[in-house]
Design a protein around this ligand. Structure first.
Ligand code: GLN
Length: 242
């Protein structure tokens, strides 16, 4: 962070932005402004270089072909990896999550190299596509309320020893490999299968990223009433359909 200004980077909106994931950038931006921060939001298209001076990078989900193109371009560019070595925070969803791992299976049924920022490997699930509402308990180390989100993915994700599960599923599939885990995180890099957009359902995750960026333990309270109503509605839906 420089001065009071937060640099928020929304990565490849032209390729990775399904199921309203761009809402994550809106929520992080809004909650930062509500805490008096000046926010510079940069939307970086896939034909532009990734800036290395961002504080928080957000990456959304995508269909299989855009996912392949995004991974190729991010790997060639190298900016996101450099930003993480400088201490940047990354929060990724679904295809974005798979891209941050070591490898995934692409739309041509080939193993494709990811950025290696998370110690995870994604493969194609044998079972039906994982679709539906999810409710999960977030890693107690992160001290956050339960995670609510919507999943829609064929890929499944195995965690290596360095990655910690982001959450433990109560309803739904999450990573989809039978260990009951959903998402992964290590240091300042996070991945989840949750759309929704996930920040609108879980504004405390946006606050976690802001706290990490500001290097503080707490933020001034923000009005959570609208978010809370949405959370309750979606948690009830997850519980009812399971
Ligand atoms: N294409 C990936 C999969 O199906 C990611 C899908 C998504 O981002 N929603 O696993």
């Amino acid at each position: 962070m420089s001065d009071n200004s937060l640099r928020l980077v929304w990565v490849y909106p032209d390729l990775l932005s399904t199921y309203g994931d761009q809402g994550n950038a809106l929520v992080v931006e809004r909650r930062a402004r509500q805490r008096g921060l000046d926010v510079q939001r940069l939307d970086v298209r896939s034909d532009q270089p990734i800036p290395t001076s961002g504080d928080i990078y957000l990456i959304g989900g995508g269909e299989d072909r855009p996912q392949r193109l995004a991974a190729e371009r991010l790997l060639r560019d190298g900016g996101l990896n450099r930003a993480v070595s400088n201490g940047a925070i990354v929060f990724s969803v679904c295809a974005g999550y798979q891209i941050l791992g070591h490898e995934f299976i692409n739309d041509q049924d080939k193993q494709q190299q990811g950025l290696g920022l998370l110690d995870v490997v994604s493969t194609r699930g044998e079972a039906e596509r994982c679709v539906g509402d999810v409710l999960a308990d977030i890693d107690p180390q992160l001290n956050l309320p339960p995670l609510t989100g919507f999943e829609n993915h064929q890929g499944v994700t195995h965690l290596g020893p360095t990655a910690r599960p982001f959450a433990k599923v109560r309803f739904g599939n999450g990573n989809g490999v039978g260990d009951g885990f959903e998402g992964a995180w290590q240091e300042t890099v996070f991945g989840t299968y949750m759309h929704g957009p996930v920040m609108a359902r879980n504004p405390h995750i946006a606050d976690l990223l802001l706290k990490l960026a500001l290097d503080v333990n707490a933020l001034p309270p923000a009005d959570d009433r609208w978010y809370e109503a949405l959370r309750q509605e979606r948690i009830a839906a997850a519980t009812a359909t399971s």
